[in-house]
Design a protein around this ligand. Sequence first.
Ligand code: AMP
Length: 197
Amino acid sequence: MRIVLLGPPGAGKGTQAVIISKRYGIPHVSTGDMMREQVASGSELGRRVKAILDSGELVSDAVIMDVVGERLDRADCASGFLLDGIPRTLGQAESLDRLLASKGRPLQHVVQLTVPEGVLLDRIRQRGTTSGGARSDDSMEIAAKRLEVFWAQTAPVSTYYRKTGLLREVDGVGTVDEVSERVFRCFSLKACSNLVE
Ligand code: AMP
């Protein structure tokens, strides 16, 4: 299975990604985690992207595509993968399509978790108080910036996949299990761009 999971910050992508990847035995490829690992390792790339992560802005398409391209070439992605956090821009969506087409391994599912903005802000606020500062980008100010960046740069990605017919929208409000059930139902539907409730 080759899957992309879309949704704004706070939609629960990370939580659902872990469940989906376990269920299908595919690696969870999170560009946010990969960027945070770079920062933690103190690598040259990590030093360059730290300020970007802390500002809530996006890392450049070229850097992200490089890192992801290399990750997808690893052996564990042979049986498929679940992409979380990418594509974040139209440019990334197009590059990803080209990259996967060149390997003869196009995407099979694009699932978007849909959550109202008020709920997103509540969740992010909670994450900021319970993560003990694990994520330096969880302050409300940065969260608001990340949401703004999402609506401006990432929301068009949904339109892109809607046009290609791959997009499935899932209601992301509910318990973790309820949302995963909706996501799993999506994988068994042939073509459905309706909200799965
Ligand atoms: P995430 O954990 O997915 O919310 O990502 C955390 C941060 O990493 C984002 O706010 C961006 O600064 C950066 N990042 C992660 N994925 C991407 C991407 N696909 N394109 C650009 N920046 C990204």
